[in-house]
Ligand binder design. Structure first.
Ligand code: NDP
Length: 310
């Protein structure tokens, strides 16, 4: 059993920023890195809106910078996944990979959010064989091929642009007659000759022998001019939003209907004293790296206050 003052779960901008603040406050934090080192940001291509990087920055570089900054002040990193917690006791208990047990005076949850899928059967059939939720991770396999990106938000636009740099052609499958993405991202998509936006289209199923070779779509579903259409594609990328990674805490923490951890006002305090939530796991609205980083700082400051009050 390991006894620590402050345990941080998650290695995205919220987790690393909490670690920088907690280590500078001499809390000697231990940070459990989780399944995706560097968090969700590492699935995008370039970060252009984080202050301090006027020319943009590669996400892995930015996350590594944050990690090294936390390390400089003494944060200890543990690679592994938290599989169980017990917040009914004090200190709180956290298990990594079911075997390694930690007792912590304060816990900062920064577990982020994960990609959503449409929920159609063929999506599961072809997972890893043409279906992906990460263009940066898998785009390379589709060089000079034709792919589709589902969604009309900033993520979908970003992924479509990235894939257009590698692929012969990119379809965007958008269920509404417009894109929800920010104006600048929309313009990039609409001005890219390799991207064809299929507005008012929904995916019915994916087709192919052993791997994705096509998609059956429906245009203007339920309308008098509804029409079935087929596109030939080699890859199908989901970019339809995310759900928070908070299942593990459901027996202890209050969450909203979508699973986001509920916090007290604009503080990172959860319903359990000594347990704090930061970043996308508690933020259904902004979901930005810089906002997550800010909430990580708040969580560490609150954790410090809490520990000193014990
Ligand atoms: P969003 O929730 O903004 O967009 C999701 C998109 O997927 C919408 O177009 C939505 O359609 C569509 N969608 C959802 N469910 C389905 C479904 N079942 N079938 C078909 N389409 C579906 O998520 P994002 O991941 O794009 O963005 C999340 C947040 O992160 C946003 O605030 C965004 O601005 C931000 N972000 C910022 C970036 C940047 O600034 N560089 C990069 C990436 C994200 P509909 O519009 O009809 O609801």
């Amino acid at each position: 059993m390991n006894k620590v003052k402050c345990l941080i779960i998650g290695s995205g901008p919220a987790g690393y920023t909490a670690a920088i603040y907690a280590s500078r406050a001499n809390l000697q934090p231990v940070l459990i890195e989780g399944p995706q080192l560097g968090g969700q940001l590492t699935t995008t291509t370039e970060v252009e809106n984080f202050p301090g990087y006027p020319d943009g920055v590669e996400p892995f570089t930015m996350m590594d910078d944050m990690r090294r900054q936390a390390e400089r002040f003494g944060t200890q990193f543990v690679s592994g996944i938290v599989t169980k917690v017990d917040f009914s006791v004090s200190p709180k208990k956290v298990w990594v990979e079911d075997t390694e047990e930690y007792e912590a005076d304060a816990v900062i949850i920064a577990t982020g959010a994960s990609a959503k899928y449409l929920g159609i059967e063929s999506e599961r059939t072809y997972k890893g064989r043409g279906v992906s939720a990460c263009a940066t991770c898998d785009g390379f396999f589709y060089r000079k091929k034709t792919v589709a990106v589902v969604g009309g938000g900033d993520t979908a636009c970003e992924e479509a642009n990235y894939l257009a740099g590698l692929c012969e052609k990119v379809y965007m499958i958008v269920r509404k007659p417009y894109l929800r993405a920010s104006e600048i991202m929309q313009q990039r998509v609409l001005n890219n000759p390799k991207i064809e936006v299929l507005f008012e289209h929904n995916t019915i199923q994916l087709t192919g022998e052993g791997k994705v070779q096509g998609a059956d779509l429906v245009y203007r579903k339920g309308e008098p001019d509804e029409e079935l259409r087929h596109i030939d594609i080699n890859g199908f990328f989901l970019a339809i939003g995310h759900h928070p990674n908070t299942e593990l805490f459901k027996d202890y923490l209050r969450r909203d209907a979508e699973g986001y951890i509920l916090v007290e006002g604009d503080s990172p305090r959860t319903n359990i004293p000594g347990v704090f939530a930061a970043g996308d796991c508690a933020d259904p609205h902004y979901r930005q790296a810089v906002v997550a980083a800010g909430s990580g700082a708040k969580a560490a400051i609150e954790a410090d206050k809490y520990i000193k009050s014990l």
